[in-house]
Write a protein of this length. Structure first.
Length: 430
């Protein structure tokens, strides 16, 4: 039997509208109750709450029925904001830029992680000096669930880098065999715990990496969170100079993003209150580069973490790793951040909830140069949803900013050979 599509269901239901009008002989309008406290973006019909964003709602019975039909189809089309079903990439939330058109993935299995034994290390890391020693080092923090598919490319990236200028840290699934990490990654796996999308475990993994790096080396001045599907776009020398010459963190901080309220209320309408009212909530890429001062701010935080570590009641709206860090740093020190990520990702034309993943046949010199040339999206250049859609810039002076992308994702593991073929002549040559 062929399953009906959302469109066919809508057509069938809309055909029932004339009958509904015919049998509705009562001229009395259905009362409408709007609750701005419990559901600021919803309208309640006799106890049934529907989304008020769908269309202007009147009290007429046929309007009520039409809104209900549209709501049904919208929920049938409700999309994943993550890479559903890609178990080997659980370290990537991939919520920013998602479309609501793809079907929701199956409900994930429950996961329980004990955070209590992290608190002693977090507390100790919060006491370190916020001023890094010289010479400054960049902490490259890899978040993965297994072996790193682009380890050979990263080996080439670090090959001629002075050891006194960087550190490498890896957070991997505890079940991963240590033999999966060799070369520059050997003995670099920190005490790790399981991670899973739609849960706060990706936040805790990043906090764990930050705490370890802060305690390990007082010279770590910048902390870059890197995905397993990520590659470098420049040489180590270029990357190091770009990061250490800045006194600010690079973290995407986006206000007024579509779906922001649904994410904020994914744990319940009042779960984030009073510490995180919706007005201060922000969204941004999971991958960032933080200064030592901001890394210490993250590990010292208790108040916001207490809200974000709660389980979501709507898991398909649950991407806490893309809200926790932007919200925290926006509140604590927004002026100390460049509100953009330096990790390139392509959401253009995507309607399935997945960012573009580059295949082996797409990898060439032109691709790398194009990724290098593109300009990051700055969160303070589109302060309203309308400006975000239209691409307007709130301050013409801000439009002159340009920071180079240092990393890019997502690349398919099979692309490694092609990437290595252009590594020395293109990727690692500036």
């Amino acid at each position: 039997m062929i399953s009906p599509t959302p469109f066919s269901l809508l057509c069938a239901l809309m055909l029932c509208l004339p009958l509904a009008v015919f049998f509705n002989s009562s001229p009395t309008a259905t009362p409408v109750t709007i609750s701005a406290v419990d559901a600021p973006n919803s309208v309640e019909f006799s106890g049934e709450v529907v989304d008020a964003h769908l269309r202007p709602v009147s009290a007429n019975f046929t309007d009520k029925l039409e809104v209900g039909l549209m709501q049904t189809v919208t929920r049938l089309n409700l999309g994943s904001r993550g890479d559903a079903g890609v178990a080997e990439e659980d370290e990537e939330g991939d919520g920013v830029g998602d479309s609501p058109l793809s079907p929701p993935p199956p409900s994930p299995p429950p996961i329980r992680v004990d955070y209590e034994d992290d608190y002693a290390k977090l507390a100790a890391a919060g006491m370190v000096d916020s001023r890094p020693r010289r010479p400054f080092k960049v902490a490259f923090m890899f978040l993965t669930t297994g072996a790193l598919p682009f380890a050979p490319l990263w080996e080439a990236f670090f090959r001629h880098a002075p050891a006194k200028l960087y550190n490498v840290y890896v957070h991997a699934d505890p079940l991963t065999n240590s033999s999966a990490f060799s070369g520059v990654f050997a003995n670099k796996v920190i005490d790790s715990k399981p991670t899973r999308r739609y849960s706060p475990t990706l936040i805790s993994a990043a906090r764990r990496l930050l705490a370890h790096a802060l305690l390990h080396d007082g010279a770590n001045s910048h902390f870059a969170l890197i995905s397993a599907s990520c590659i470098p776009l420049h040489s180590f020398k270029f990357t190091y100079k770009t990061l250490t010459s800045s006194r600010k963190s690079f973290i995407e901080i986006l206000p007024n993003e579509p779906g922001a309220y649904e994410r904020w209320s994914a744990r319940g309408e009042s779960a984030m209150l009073p510490d995180i009212p919706f007005e201060i909530s922000r969204i941004g890429s999971q991958f960032w580069v933080l200064t030592r001062r901001h890394a210490r701010t993250v590990v010292r935080d208790r108040r916001m973490w207490a809200r974000f570590k709660q389980d979501c009641t709507r898991w398909y709206d649950c991407y806490p790793e893309e809200s926790y860090f932007p919200t925290l740093l926006s509140v604590r020190d927004e002026k100390g951040c460049v509100p953009a990520t330096l990790t390139h990702v392509d959401w253009g034309g995507r309607v399935d909830g997945h960012p573009r993943s580059y295949a082996v046949e797409e990898v060439d010199e032109e691709l790398i140069r194009r990724l290098r040339s593109e300009r990051p999206r700055y969160g303070d250049e589109a302060v309203t949803e309308e400006e975000s859609v239209m691409g307007n810039v709130s301050d013409s002076g801000l439009a002159k900013r340009w920071h180079p992308f240092l990393f890019a994702r997502k690349f398919e593991p099979e692309a490694l050979g092609a990437l290595m073929g252009i590594a020395s002549g293109v990727i690692l040559k500036d």
